[in-house]
Design a protein around this ligand. Structure first.
Ligand SMILES: Cc1ncc(C[n+]2csc(CCOP(=O)(O)OP(=O)(O)O)c2C)c(N)n1
Ligand code: SF4
Length: 325
């Protein structure tokens, strides 16, 4: 049964499949993302989770669990293989007649540590198989939050983390540019559906999850999910920050369907990056000039995003990291 697009949130119904019983921080972006993704996927879903906040804060306490559908934990680097194994098991049991023929969604929800770094090889391998209704979602909180906010390869330039502290020797904090994992996954020939998303607008994420399951092949979504603990902001701003990431152009929303690229949101007038960055404590050491230079880089990148959207194919650029002033 295909998952129909949702136009009105009420169509999703009142039931949550990721619900109370977890211990994530107030305002946790990845937890809000989990709730949306599982609501979009519906009851015929099996969840898998590599180690990270979405395992530790959700899964191991006695007699409580937020999962209202089957869920199991995988080792931090094992999400890719575990997803394939689960989809393979459903296929084998069905073809042997041991399970009735019905569509079951396999949703692997892993962090950037789990999918951008240590588990990337397994994720990449999964994109070369033809299992259907298998979706990998990278919840990108731009750090290894669970073990104390270390830098990952998706941590943005300039952010303070415990591995990239700002100080007299290194004024900037993280000096690497953020890796665009979704773009690299789009380079896999067999992939049917790749998208980026955010917690705002929520229906964009919900419908991309449904589209991904319908796509008939391996699928991947990278969703930006602010983390109040690691980004240092008041928990009430989680959705505001998701919105600002999108409206400042810092985070582009796009999808890649069987080779065709399109933006799913174009800011009518891009907001200044300072609005997004000044709400977060991890960037307080950056000067106005640092932020203005990043803003100019985003402006240039947007030229390419818009051209890619116009031509329906990806046009890539190489962006050198800004040298600290
Ligand atoms: C092989 C291995 N190395 C290190 C760890 C310790 N560890 C557990 S969770 C975690 C952080 C995972 O980060 P991410 O995937 O970004 O998820 P988040 O914590 O941000 O939710 C680390 C390093 C581990 N479990 N296994
Ligand atoms: S540290 Fe961040 S990702 Fe982890 S539970 Fe708290 S808010 Fe969520």
């Amino acid at each position: 049964m295909s998952l129909q697009p949702i136009r009105n949130p009420k169509e999703l119904g009142p039931i949550d499949y990721y619900t109370s019983g977890h211990r994530t921080c107030a305002g946790c972006g990845p937890a809000i993302g989990y709730r949306l993704a599982t609501k979009a996927a519906g009851p015929k879903t099996v969840l898998l989770g590599p180690t990270g906040c979405m395992y530790v804060a959700n899964g191991h306490q006695f007699l409580t669990s937020p999962y209202a559908v089957p869920w199991f934990h995988t080792q931090l680097g094992g999400g890719g293989a575990a997803g394939i194994g689960t989809a393979a098991a459903f296929r084998a049991l069905t073809s042997k007649g041991k399970r009735k023929r019905e569509e079951v969604n396999v949703l692997v929800y892993g962090g950037d540590g789990g999918f951008a770094d240590i588990g990337y090889a397994g994720l990449s391998m999964a994109m070369t198989y033809d299992y259907q209704r298998l979706l990998y979602i990278l919840y990108d909180n731009e750090s290894y939050a669970n073990t104390g906010i270390q830098a990952s390869s998706t941590t943005p330039w300039g952010a303070t983390t415990t591995f990239t502290p700002t100080g007299r020797v290194r004024r900037i904090g993280n000096e690497r540019m953020k890796k665009n994992v979704a773009l690299t996954i789009a380079a896999h020939p067999g992939v049917r559906y790749v998208a980026t998303s955010a917690l705002y607008p929520p229906m964009d994420f919900v419908n991309k999850v449904r589209k991904a399951f319908n796509s008939g092949g391996p699928a991947f979504i990278q969703v930006l999910t602010p983390c109040p603990k690691g980004w240092f902001f008041d928990p009430k701003h989680t959705v505001t920050l998701s919105r600002l990431a999108v409206e400042t152009g810092a985070w582009a929303l796009w999808e890649y369907e069987e080779g065709a690229f399109s933006l799913t949101y174009k800011p009518p007038k891009r907001r200044g990056l300072a609005e997004y960055m000044r709400l977060q404590g991890r960037f307080t050491h950056l000067s106005d000039e640092d932020i203005e230079r990043l803003d100019r880089m985003i402006e240039e990148q947007w030229g390419l995003w818009l051209e890619s959207d116009r031509q329906k194919r990806l046009i890539l650029s190489w962006t050198p990291p800004p040298t600290p002033l």
